[in-house]
Design a protein around this ligand. Structure first.
Ligand SMILES: *Cc1c(COP(=O)(O)O)cnc(C)c1O
Length: 226
């Protein structure tokens, strides 16, 4: 498992170099959905500190089991229903999948009740796929105009789950679109911090980094097939 992590880190470093950045500018989120706490613990022992989970109940169980691990950061990357906002605010450090103002407000309220702050990304449905969550680029305005006023949320940028294709080069167009959107939005909303761009998975994280990803979400390549 440590070998896999070392290999991924090396590949991240090479891709970062190709895009004129340092590997320290890129965060690897180890996506541990459907994998047991023991595997997360093993990867932690290899030095990994950031993990991503998709399903709230499963995630909360594992986060509790692993509560003795120091400096772990948990990213919620699944579809978040508003009635689960309380759990997200309690157990997670980041929510990458904010896609409505109602959800943002619910998270802000719950984080306030718990005396916590949450880092958030707005999920963009970049290809307009019916089957995917996320806000359409042209519908993001209301959310972006208000998210900065929610005092318990620290807005950090954009996230996308791009259309899957076996050929990683097919993903490049979506990554380019996301980087362009980030540039456009940061010109429109200069008060917001658009420093993070979460895109790319096991199959195409190198292409994502070449196009500007700062967060890559990697499951299979670290933990094996699900
Ligand atoms: C499962 C998942 C990943 C990881 O996918 P792999 O192809 O296993 O690396 C990344 N992001 C999200 C949102 C996911 O649900």
């Amino acid at each position: 498992m440590c070998e896999r992590l070392d290999d991924i880190r090396h590949r991240v470093e090479m891709a970062a170099e190709r895009s004129g950045r340092k590997s320290s500018d890129i965060t690897i989120v180890a996506v541990s959905k459907k994998k047991p706490s023991s595997m997360i613990h093993s990867l932690y022992d290899c030095g990994q500190r950031v993990f991503g989970e998709n399903y709230m109940q499963e995630a909360v169980n594992k986060i509790k089991e692993l509560s003795d691990l120091a400096d772990v950061k948990w990213h919620f990357i699944g579809h978040l229903q508003r009635n689960k906002a309380k759990h997200a605010a309690k157990w997670f450090d980041w929510v990458e999948t904010v896609d409505s103002l109602k959800l943002a407000k619910a998270l802000n309220k719950r984080a306030g009740e718990l005396g916590r702050r949450l880092k958030v990304l707005v999920q963009i449905n970049i290809a307009g796929e019916q089957t995917k969550h996320g806000v359409a680029p042209e519908d993001a305005q209301a959310l972006l105009e208000e998210i900065g006023t929610l005092s318990r949320l620290e807005f950090k940028g954009l996230m996308t789950i791009h259309p899957f294709s076996a050929d990683p080069e097919d993903a490049r167009q979506w990554f380019k679109k996301m980087a362009q959107l980030r540039d456009d939005f940061s010109a429109l909303y200069p008060a917001l911090d658009f420093s993070e761009l979460s895109m790319g998975m096991s199959n195409d994280f190198e292409v994502a980094i070449e196009e500007g990803a700062t967060i890559v979400r990697i499951g299979t390549a670290l933990f094996g097939p699900r």
